[in-house]
Design a protein around this ligand. Structure first.
Ligand code: SAM
Length: 341
């Protein structure tokens, strides 16, 4: 297909999931989502997959994949901004399920293909065969470069996990499903095998804690933090007082509206993440950690900067800087000025 005629990856995902939903009786899909939500809510890790059959997996994909795709897409944008020269040739998506992170990777480095390089070669590793089978179906029908060549490999995450050396590893919305030992094992194996590791979790206090645990293991293994943090030193948040998280806007599907009610066309997926690399990177000098507050004649920015957490007030008289502050969003990079300017 001619590159200029290609539809954006997010639209291709939406249309693939729309077709999937068309094939599902609406009541059955809504019931499967309810069951999954209940089983994720009450869940402690077990030795059997939650996604047991095609109905579970189709419901998971239709209900959650657009959100996990958007969260990973934002995390990859953080990595790319800090490491613009990095274009992975190989990618392992551990606990990749139906492949949301692989779609985000295919989109993020589609540019490499336009410059003549091939898209990243992805391997999705997961223990749930029905998830791999549906992921393969969606990817092969997508027409998105790189997704048709993905390898879908049944693998159990645990202390025995071994993956081939690779440029990039993603671990998205998986740590929550693992025992302490398996969580440590997957992060350690990722940091051994990869040049860059991106871990994404729900933007809850627990999700943030798991990200910090992963971050500590990644830096202990010699990787440096590329995003979202401006440095690789300890996170300045006092444990238990707050949690670092961001927000990605997701268009709602008809299944969403059916399960959650209401008519909103979108919802905001809250997520926490860390991207760490084995090569030099240029992290943001500071990151906006909350939605900026726009007041009369000033913008208040809560920042995580190299020296720690702080608030910067940008006043209208600062001209271009004020206009930049009005445009900056939660999760964006920011160049801090002198305090109180
Ligand atoms: C919430 S889903 C996330 C899927 C995908 N990464 C995403 O972002 O949409 C969690 C995935 O982790 C997989 N998983 C959980 N425990 C696992 C284990 N011990 N070994 C392999 N896969 C596991 C599940 O089968 C499921 O596909």
């Amino acid at each position: 297909m001619n590159a200029s005629l290609r539809i954006p990856v997010s639209d291709a995902l939406r249309s693939a999931l729309g077709e999937l939903l068309d094939g599902l009786p609406p009541r059955q899909a809504a019931q499967a989502v309810d069951r999954l939500i209940a089983s994720y809510r009450g869940r402690t890790p077990t030795d059997a997959p939650v996604l047991r059959d095609r109905a579970d997996v189709a419901a998971y994909a239709a209900y959650r994949m657009p959100a996990t795709f958007e969260a990973v897409r934002s995390a990859l944008a953080g990595l790319r901004a800090a490491a613009p020269g990095f274009a992975p040739r190989t990618h392992a998506d551990i606990g990749g399920g139906t492949g949301a992170a692989s779609w985000a990777v295919a989109e993020a480095w589609a540019a490499a293909e336009r410059q003549g390089g091939p898209p990243p070669r992805t391997t999705v590793l997961d223990w749930a065969e029905p998830a791999l089978a549906l992921g393969r179906e969606l990817a092969q029908a997508s027409g998105v470069p790189g997704l048709d060549g993905v390898e879908w490999r049944r693998t159990r995450i645990g202390p025995a996990l071994r993956i081939d050396d690779t440029d990039l590893v993603t671990v998205s919305y998986v740590l929550n499903e693992l025992t302490d030992e398996d969580r440590a094992a997957v992060v350690d194996e990722a940091s051994r095998a990869a040049q860059a590791v991106v871990v994404v979790e729900p933007g809850t206090p627990d999700g943030y804690e798991r990200i910090i645990e992963a971050r500590d293991r990644l830096t202990a293994a010699g990787l440096r933090i590329a995003a979202p943090c401006p440095h690789s030193a300890r996170c300045p948040i006092e444990p238990g007082t707050d949690w670092c998280h961001f927000s990605a806007r997701v268009s709602r599907s008809s299944l969403h509206r059916q399960v959650k009610g209401g008519s909103l066309a979108y919802e905001d997926e809250k997520f926490s993440y860390v991207a760490a690399v084995r090569f030099p990177a240029d992290p943001a000098p500071a990151r906006v950690t909350r939605r900026p507050q726009i007041r009369k004649g000033q913008v208040l920015l809560d920042l995580c900067a190299e020296e720690g957490l702080r608030r910067e007030t940008v006043a209208k008289r600062e001209g271009a800087r004020y206009r930049a502050a009005r445009d900056v969003g939660w999760g964006d990079a920011w160049s801090p000025g002198a305090a109180g300017r």
